[in-house]
Design a protein around this ligand. Structure first.
Ligand SMILES: [Zn+2]
Length: 265
């Protein structure tokens, strides 16, 4: 099984081992830097990226987990001199561990770049780099339903304007408010199951039931906030409990993320 969005540097070894025991073998770790009460500059983010790609990939492998990465600039953790990091990004995207750009997008609650028009400038620059790399882009979406809808539509529109094909777009933290819009646009909808999101495994499986034909995947978004490393295995268990077909279970939990990120199942 795949966990298509988490932050590996927040995962203790014991949790990684538990994930492997429960059948998770592949994860995609997205970019994030702890930003509260900390000044971030590009050099720091560059060193952090190197740590993620080299050290954290190795650490996950010790637990039996294949860790792939998405690199970019998370809207909550934007370096003050982010243009410098943007210059390094094309090279990071070529690294063998990197399967996507992400997570990028809009977060009005960002403490490092609160001005959303400035965030839009950053997203547009990132999309140019993503397009040149031909790798998929993972978008963060804000938590509040109205903002989630607004910025889901905005990200889809910006990608369309930039000529990024829908099969290269993952809209993350999808919910009942946004999943139909994402799937109608032809993009991938990723459902994050986290205690504080008020979206549990049963809610995720309700959405999977309704959109079984869609390009849906699930993830834990394991981060430094309250998280559940076993989010994806819990979805598996719930799909089994509802007697969903092995084909559908395999499609949602393995095939879809593998196809999206160009990885073997
Ligand atoms: Zn995340």
């Amino acid at each position: 099984m795949f966990d298509s969005h988490l932050h590996v540097d927040c995962l203790p070894m014991e949790e990684m081992e538990m994930m492997v025991l429960c059948g998770v073998n592949n994860v995609v770790s997205c970019m994030f830097y702890p930003h509260v009460h900390v000044d971030i500059d590009s050099l720091l983010l560059e060193k952090h990226t190197e740590r993620l790609l080299k050290f954290e990939t190795w650490r996950a492998a010790q637990a039996g987990l294949n860790c792939f990465h998405a690199v970019g600039i998370n809207p909550v953790a934007v370096p003050s001199d982010y243009e410098v990091y943007l210059e390094k990004l094309p090279d990071f995207l070529k690294e063998k561990e990197v399967v996507a750009m992400g997570e990028i997008g809009f977060e009005p609650a960002s403490q490092t770049l609160p001005d959303v028009s400035e965030q839009e400038k950053l997203v547009l620059s990132l999309l140019d780099i993503a397009k040149a790399s031909n790798k998929p882009v993972i978008f963060h979406t804000p938590h509040a339903p109205e903002l989630k809808k607004k910025y889901t539509e905005k990200c889809l529109q910006l990608c369309k304007d930039k000529g990024i094909p829908p099969q290269k777009i993952v809209i993350d933290h999808a919910s009942g408010d946004t999943i139909a819009t994402i799937l109608e646009a032809g993009a991938w909808a990723a459902i994050s199951i986290q205690p504080w999101r008020r979206l549990d495994a049963a809610d995720a499986v309700d959405l999977i039931e309704e959109y079984a034909d869609g390009k849906v995947m699930v993830d834990s978004d394991y981060s430094c906030l309250r998280s559940d490393a076993l989010a994806v295995p819990k979805v598996y268990q719930e799909m089994k409990r509802r007697k969903m077909s092995p084909d559908l279970i395999g499609k949602i939990l393995s095939d879809n993320p593998a196809r999206c990120f160009g990885l073997p199942r």
